[in-house]
Design a protein around this ligand. Sequence first.
Ligand code: NAD
Length: 424
Amino acid sequence: MTTVEAPASHLRENPYELAKEQLVKVAASMGLEDSLVDVLCACKKAVAVAIPTRMDDGSVEVFEGFRVTHNIARGPSKGGIRYHPDVTLDEVRALSMWMTWKCALMGIPFGGAKGGVVCDPKRLSLRELERMTRRYTTEIINEIGPERDIPAPDVGTNASVMAWIFDTYSMNKGHSVLGVVTGKPLALGGSLGREEATARGALYCVRAALRKQQLELAGARVAVQGFGNVGSYLARFLGEDGATVVALSDSSGGIYNPKGIDVAAAFARKRETGALVGLRGAEAVSNEELLMLDCDVLAPCALEQVLHAGNAGGVKAKIVCEGANGPTTPAADEILEDAGILVLPDILANAGGVVVSYFEWVQGLQEYFWKESEVNAKLNDIVTRAFNETWDAHERRETSMRLAAYGLAVERVAEATTIRGLYP
Ligand code: NAD
């Protein structure tokens, strides 16, 4: 029997400390009471579980998993599950707090949660992944549920993983429980438009931000880091809207062509070889170089803390669209702001996924499913309203888009917490 331990993390700073720092900064600007800040800084519940899993060769590996609920003042908690070798409890705590703010900013009736398993899904066979997922689900079965806490995909997980979670939970309850998880396959009560929703929401934000700056998407030069669920669809949508996609990357490196990359060819290359590097007509760049390229819009859509004090000064983009959660450290944030670069913060720019997850949950509870055009139109309404509210607060309070977004979100959660009162 072997125990799988986390390798040294890719994180430069403790993300939970950063998330609390952000909250304290926003709370100070709003004059929030210290005791309320203490309540909001803490996670309501954090569960750590051991996940013994039978491997294909007959051996047993014990993975470590987490599920954290940050806050449920506005509704059941909602948040993805990450499978990645660098997952830590504090990373999951930070991600759960950001989910609370994101749901509040979007005005949807959820609190925040997140889950993670320390593993490298690329090194597990399909059967190993299924057995590990089913055991993880069983270990957290008392924490999740349609009225309690509703997981979804995140880095390293997808619709198939959600299907196993749905099935394991339902088998234990004795009937199908559609509302227990979102991001499910369409055949199992998934929502049309969910897979593309995070990227679509980011697209709406980029469009609106360019408009505010009297710029056009057509002809704008964009660089996208990360070619997974968020990055790949965002690159496709931006390209379809007339932008010139000058750079793309995945974990094995990036590709660059100042005249524009054929995004459809990049999809084909990734599908055929598992990587983007080597695409004909594009030169290789590192993930670090991609962030510094001359472009109008930079969209980090991979992992946290890629923009930090050491490299933020080299960013040349006019707009940074945070497709990933937490890609910019607070120190980098200040550097970008001083340089006049508009940062569309994660809780706004990548909220499209949780909005359509909310739609999926509603459709599952009603057992009545909507057309894709209806899903996309409702998504546009919610994200555009949140963008406009954030923009107004950004101008009114003469503050960054991040502080404006956090201000609105924290205000809403603080209000719900105060009105509910402290139990008992
Ligand atoms: P994914 O697993 O589908 O894709 C991640 C991508 O990042 C892959 O292309 C991978 O190769 C690349 N990557 C991994 N390590 C990298 C590195 N060190 N440098 C560059 N690229 C690297 O994940 P995803 O669902 O697209 O999520 C990406 C980010 O977006 C995460 O921060 C996630 O929390 C956030 N997010 C996702 C959703 C969603 O609906 N999937 C919603 C909101 C936010």
